[in-house]
Design a protein around this ligand. Sequence first.
Ligand code: ZN
Length: 162
Amino acid sequence: MPTRLTCCNTAALAAGCHRLATPMAQIFCTNADDVPSLPGAYVLAVDVVKPVKVAIRGQPAKRLGPGRYLYCGSARGPGGLKARLARHMRRGKAVRWHIDRLTETGVVAGAWIFPGGNECDLVAALSNLPVPIEGFGSSDCSRCCSHLLYWPADALNRQRKH
Ligand SMILES: [Zn+2]
């Protein structure tokens, strides 16, 4: 499991290099066709272009401003990661999970996939990123306060200081 989300370097990131510096050199998948039908976990990168309201049970609705968000999820059902990412990347689906609000109104940039991985380990690996809404995607999780993280534009610089 990765311990920290980093990219090769800022210039490479800007040029579209989206590799995570992990022992497995995770590749950023922008098309569900490239994703294996294996069970596992993923980090979905979603760009929110216009503010979106999200209601978490037991809390007043909160507004997510424009920017990039990372959602850590898992897919262990039929079709595994491929089926789940195809769903995230498809428009016009019924809104069932919190993340559907973002993927329906924002732009799914792609995902890093971790076959055999666990989404809570990914959240832990990204714990230096801010949590925009507590409880987002983690209603059934006793370990994480949120499965959604915000990736500030200066995230790479921030991480370098650690
Ligand atoms: Zn969790």
